[in-house]
Design a protein around this ligand. Structure first.
Ligand code: HEC
Ligand code: HEC
Length: 488
């Protein structure tokens, strides 16, 4: 491939076969229908519904398309083959239609570049979000009719496009548009312990990058070592979530980010005024530049939310397998996959691509006869049926987020699967899908192998704490520790 495009290629490359697979994926236990990758290898001709109901993808044999679309209006299309055999694109005639979400339309033809398998189309420069539609024919048999893809040029420009396996339509906040400056500011705030009342606790104290932004202790410990009652969840891929916390009590990243700052057991600020007095000397100039407003809890939270939206983890071995790399996962993991979507029933709640239905269920974790336990979703809704009900967590990067469950009570993946195999913990609101599974020790091993394939290729090394910034007005040596008492 042309080296000029290499750096962005990794970010902006989408494989249509994968799209189709996610969408059509019944993710049920029936092996014959769930073995997507082998179906795309075996069938001579098949059709899929692509993402977001946008028309049809027609493929013949092992053929698939890959597209890179750049904000400068360059669109490069590869006609390739799932097992990377050479295939001539002789006679490809194709068109591209770009339709921005504001309704602006551009149409252009693809032209072949040199003797390669690559075609190119040019449009005016693009920004924002757009639908791209590819239509064309190759030879006499293969017709591509309205293959429709979603593209986010702002994220391409930011180098933050969702990796393989995640939905390319990353939710946006209209009230808080993402920009490189906001992301950089949010990143500095995330690692800055001066967000807490005594300068010891940053967001990263509990959401530690090397543990997939979770932490290796059962329950979180905040200011003055005060312990909460819940395990710190990962914030990778939080951008896709619609509700936050184990009980779903917060609805946006912007709203959520304000809560730990004012929580007396986490960052310990008594008021917004107290926080602002501390942050203003350090951040006022940048916040003014980015938001055109003064430092406030709201602007701090908006910047944090923008940073969090760039923490995306995908391109796991599982994603590669689903996109047609049949050797990306081991035979044991493939057996585990069948158990996960079949006999184990795990896929009923841990639904791809994020391996969560973002719904709430009772497994009996932490339940006590005495009633003296975390009531979970009940705290938010007051509905007695919600007692002991918690949100299904994502299983992406799960190998890095031990210990597990809302109370961190299970230490290993093995313990988690044993817990399910025993039918959870019986209690009046136990979810009907939780029952003894009869998995053999070998099957438990296979399921673990499958869970390990869900680790993304997120670059943790890139996420080290930045150098603390000295206050603009006065310097207070020793006060600027960016890492709190977290056990790093
Ligand atoms: C003292 C440890 C601690 C600190 C400090 C902390 N968090 Fe958290 N965070 C947690 C815990 C524990 C939860 C889950 C709490 C619950 O569900 O009740 C959580 C939940 C979250 C969630 C929701 C994740 C999900 O899957 O629902 C996000 C997002 C988040 N924190 C971001 C932040 C940001 C941003 C900061 C800094 C402003 C921060 N956290 C500071 C421990 C911490
Ligand atoms: C009825 C829905 C449901 C089913 C079925 C289900 N889970 Fe879960 N899973 C959940 C919920 C809800 C939690 C969090 C429970 C809590 O903390 O109280 C969870 C937690 C987990 C966790 C801990 C993740 C973390 O970050 O703490 C793992 C691992 C897990 N499940 C794997 C599995 C596997 C493997 C199966 C199949 C054997 C399975 N789940 C079946 C809903 C389900």
């Amino acid at each position: 491939m042309n080296s000029r495009f290499k750096p962005t290629a990794a970010l902006a490359l989408w494989c249509l076969v994968l799209y189709a697979a996610w969408l059509t994926g019944p993710w049920s236990g029936d092996e014959a229908t769930t073995d997507m990758s082998s179906s795309s290898h075996d069938a001579r001709f098949h059709m899929h519904q692509p993402l977001h109901n946008g028309g049809k993808v027609t493929m013949s044999g092992q053929f698939h398309l890959e597209l890179i679309s750049q904000p400068d209006g360059t669109h490069r299309l590869w006609l390739s083959d799932a097992v990377r055999q050479e295939m001539s694109p002789v006679g490809f005639v194709g068109e591209l239609r770009v339709e921005s979400l504001d309704g602006e339309v551009q149409e252009t033809a693809f032209k072949q570049i040199g003797r390669s398998f690559e075609l190119q189309a040019k449009t005016e420069p693009l920004k924002g979000q757009a639908w791209l539609t590819i239509s064309g024919t190759m030879g006499e048999v293969t017709h591509f009719d309205h293959i429709k893809l979603f593209w986010d040029y702002d994220l391409v420009a930011l180098g933050a496009t969702p990796p393989l396996g995640l939905d390319p339509m990353l939710p946006r906040s209209a009230a808080n548009p993402i920009s490189p400056e906001k992301v950089a500011l949010g990143r500095d705030l995330f690692f800055d312990a001066r967000l807490s009342a005594d300068g010891t606790v940053s967001c990263a104290t509990c959401h530690q990058p090397q543990y997939a932004f979770a932490e290796p202790r059962p329950v979180a410990s905040g200011i003055g070592g005060l312990e909460g009652k819940r395990n710190t969840p990962t914030i990778l891929n939080a951008a896709y979530q619609k509700r936050f916390y184990w009980d779903g009590r917060s609805e946006t990243l912007e709203e959520q980010a304000q809560l730990p700052i004012l929580n007396q057991m986490e960052m310990g600020n008594k008021s917004e005024a107290e926080l602002i007095a501390r942050l203003k000397p350090i951040y006022e100039r940048r916040i003014q530049e980015v938001f055109g407003q003064e430092t406030s809890l709201r602007t701090v939270a908006q910047a944090l939310a923008c940073f969090e939206r760039t923490l995306l983890s995908g391109d796991s071995d599982f994603d590669r397998y689903e996109s047609g790399e049949s050797n990306a996962i081991s035979a044991a993991a493939r057996r585990g996959r069948t158990l996960f979507f079949g006999k184990g029933g795990c896929g009923d709640c841990h639904v791809p691509p994020l391996f969560s239905d973002y719904n709430f269920h009772n497994l009996g974790v932490g339940w006590r006869e005495s009633g003296d336990c975390d009531t979970g979703r009940f705290e938010k809704t007051g509905d007695p049926r919600d007692r002991g009900v918690f949100r299904t967590p994502s299983l992406r990067d799960v190998s890095r987020t031990a210990p597990y469950m809302h109370d961190g009570s299970l230490h290993t993946l093995h313990e988690v699967i044993e817990f399910y195999n025993d039918g959870g913990r019986n209690n009046p609101s136990l979810d009907p899908r939780i029952h003894p599974l009869g998995l053999t020790p070998a099957e438990i091993g296979d399921l673990i192998q499958f869970l390990l394939t869900l680790d993304g290729r997120f670059d943790y090394a890139e996420q080290e704490a930045p150098q603390p910034q000295p206050p603009a007005t006065q310097n207070e040596p020793g006060e600027a520790a960016t890492q709190g008492p977290g056990n790093t």
